[in-house]
Design a protein around this ligand. Structure first.
Ligand code: SF4
Ligand code: MG
Length: 299
């Protein structure tokens, strides 16, 4: 079932997404970049705030639920994917975008990420990847460099750093992209493609972003010096082996862009036999039923 995209008329403007609530993010936080790019993407897709569902995990990024209009849900730590997927399956007409941090997504919520990718849920997931837990004052996440002193682990962490792209590719994804908040035009295009991929399944977007308050290793300048646009250099997103290779090797340069995409795998919804040829949404089918007769002698 296609997502609704009203391409007629002039569409919404950036102002339509504006919210009066004051920002609490630190100066130069990468969250500002995601905030700007997602607004631009939604506007360029002609999606108005009343047409989209924005789901947030807990973390600094989650404060965006107060700063960006739209239908919004802000859930428990690590649990954004289950409720975003549930909402989408209930109403396939609505584009659903889930936002989560690297801490929640690769620790508390890692099981949900596994099953979201392997299930090919038809939603877009935007990973705010600043390689630490910013909201709780700079603790190491699974994506923090092992040797990096952090506030709760001044000697580094005992565990090795999780290789997130190896992990994602092992789950047979249908869409993998990586962006950087220092390149808003590219990030906007990535977000647009990831939202449109909901027609096919789950879109995973890793957004590298600075946390100038607590992440003193992968700074904005560090990322700016290393990120390159792989698509501009001729990378073909249908080439799985090349996509995997440039996704996992960040030793010298960091590839960004749409790294991998395939559209021939049915989404979770499209594989649900009871929903085959059903034209209504689950929310349209909800109604009041009188079940008192079923209770019989019990009542
Ligand atoms: Fe952004 Fe880091 Fe400040 Fe949180 S602590 S608002 S992630 S800069
Ligand atoms: Mg983080």
């Amino acid at each position: 079932m296609p997502i609704s995209l009203d391409t007629a008329g002039s569409g919404p403007s950036m102002k339509d997404y504006h919210c009066q609530t004051q920002c609490t993010w630190c100066d130069a936080c990468g969250d500002y970049g995601v905030w700007t790019a997602i607004k631009r993407a939604l506007v360029e897709l002609k999606l108005a705030p009343w047409q989209v569902l924005l789901c947030y995990d807990v973390g600094c990024h989650g404060n965006m639920s107060d700063k960006l209009l739209g239908y919004r849900a802000h859930g428990l730590h690590g649990r954004v994917l289950p409720f975003a997927a549930g909402a989408k399956l209930a109403n396939m007409q609505v584009p659903v975008i889930a936002f989560g941090g690297d801490g929640a997504s690769f620790s508390e919520g890692v099981g949900h990420l596994v099953h979201a990718i392997r299930s090919n849920y038809p939603i877009t997931f935007i990973l705010h990847n600043n390689a630490n837990y910013g909201l709780t004052l700079g603790q190491a996440s699974a994506l923090t460099r092992q040797e990096q002193p952090m506030n709760a682990s001044p000697n580094g962490i005992p565990e090795h750093t999780l290789r997130s792209m190896e992990f994602v590719f092992a789950l047979e994804p249908t869409f993998v992209a990586r962006g950087f908040t220092g390149n808003i035009p590219q990030l906007t295009e990535i977000f647009k493609a990831a939202i449109l991929h909901q027609r096919c399944g789950f879109a995973f977007v890793d957004v590298l972003q600075a946390c100038p308050t607590y992440n003193h290793f992968a700074t904005h300048e560090y990322l700016l010096a290393r990120c390159f646009d792989a698509n501009a250099e001729g990378h073909d997103p249908s080439d799985l082996h090349r996509a995997h290779a440039i996704a996992v090797d960040t030793s010298r340069r960091i590839s960004t862009g749409i790294l991998y995409k395939r559209e021939d795998v049915p989404s979770f919804y499209d594989r649900l036999v009871p929903r085959k040829d059903v034209t209504t949404t689950c929310v349209e089918e909800v109604g009041m039923k009188d079940v008192s007769a079923l209770w019989g002698d019990l009542v």
